[in-house]
Design a binder for this molecule. Structure first.
Ligand code: UFG
Length: 326
């Protein structure tokens, strides 16, 4: 039974919500982060160890000093556009860094891992909704780097008995309902934070990237899933690994697609304010529609997302963005 969890990337957006969820539910949490994109102020649940996965000796020290029952691995570079122009950084951080982590885990006998994967491993969708059987043909280095790690996980299960669950997030969104942590990237590239910043008159102004896609209103459709619902799935994955050997993977989304325009309209309703925006050219690498089929996670993990409406997700993000702590 898992009690002590190392949360790699626990100073980041999804990782910090995970650390809070685990600590609240009685786990012993340790956060490892290099603070390249994470925030020291976001680490309020558990100790922070500053270390970089590309620095093997410091990583070995993390594991030799403490005993962990499982690792959750959120450390990654995660921007599709950036990965197109800096592929080496993506493969180094996301693949080599991850291999270093797996080696350190093996040396210290930690044999359970929950891995942050992504819808980007699927590439251009060939079905209306994406289930686990969908072809995996990433169209950018970010997605390719995550798919490589999924392959490594199945090899590691065979060779070393590593138990793992890869969770493929669609569009992570929202913030902790009490507003103490939330999404804070610099620069911010994600839709919901940019919409709310536009409402607040912050940032460079909201651009809608393309309104000529083959979708009902011409803007891209995405499946937004609340960050705390993602955290719930990770905790369930710990229990799943008690019962199941091998490498497993689940798609995590709400199963509902919302267009960029629908998100903007919902933000207008939630905030009661105007959302100023302009239509701009398409952004490179954006598929028209990405919507998850998450039946497998619901059936096999027992996952039951709580924030199923886009309004509920935006409402939590709005609470955070009005007075962000970092
Ligand atoms: N968008 C805008 N304006 C903005 C920001 C985004 O119009 O200022 C549009 C994008 O073009 C896209 C949609 O809003 O159509 C969502 O964009 P995000 O950047 O919020 O999210 P992505 O779908 O591009 O990316 C997310 C994760 C990636 C992951 C990808 C696929 O951030 O890590 O989903 O799973 F790879």
């Amino acid at each position: 039974v898992v009690r002590a969890v190392l949360v790699c990337g626990g100073a980041g957006y999804i990782g910090s919500h995970m650390a809070k969820c685990l600590a609240t539910r009685g786990y012993a949490v340790t956060v490892l982060d290099n603070l390249a994109t994470g925030h020291r102020e976001a680490v309020r649940w558990g100790d922070l160890i500053e270390a970089d996965l590309l620095d093997r000796p410091s990583l070995e020290r993390v594991f030799s000093g403490r005993q962990f029952d499982a690792v959750m691995h959120f450390c990654a570079r995660s921007l599709v556009g950036e990965s197109m122009v800096r592929p080496y950084d993506y493969y180094a951080n996301n693949v080599i860094g991850t291999l270093n982590l797996f080696e350190a885990m093996r040396h210290s006998g930690v044999d359970r891992l929950v891995f942050s994967s992504t819808a980007a491993i699927f590439g251009e969708p060939v079905a209306e909704t994406i289930d686990e059987m969908h072809p995996k043909q990433p169209i950018n280095p970010y997605g390719a780097s995550k798919l490589m790690v999924e392959r490594i996980l199945s090899d590691a299960a065979q060779a070393h008995g590593l138990r793992s669950v890869a969770l493929r997030y669609f569009n992570a969104a929202g913030a902790s309902p009490d507003g103490d942590i939330g999404e804070s990237h610099r620069p911010e590239t994600h839709l919901i934070p940019n919409v709310l910043k536009a409402v607040l008159g912050q940032g460079p102004g909201l651009k809608v990237f393309g309104d000529d896609y083959a979708t009902p209103d011409g803007t891209c459709v995405r499946d937004y899933v609340h960050v705390d619902d993602l955290a719930q799935a990770h905790e369930l994955a710990l229990g799943y690994m008690d019962e199941h050997e091998g490498a497993h993977a689940f798609n995590l989304g709400n199963g509902n697609g919302f267009s960029v325009r629908q998100v903007i309209e919902a933000a207008g309703r939630v905030t009661g304010r105007d959302v100023p925006f302009e239509v701009a050219p398409r952004r490179a690498g954006d598929p028209a529609v990405l919507v998850a089929a998450s039946g497998k996670a619901r059936r096999e993990l027992g996952w039951a997302p709580v924030h199923e409406s886009i309004e509920s997700i935006i409402e939590s993000a709005w609470r955070w963005h009005q007075s962000p702590a970092f």
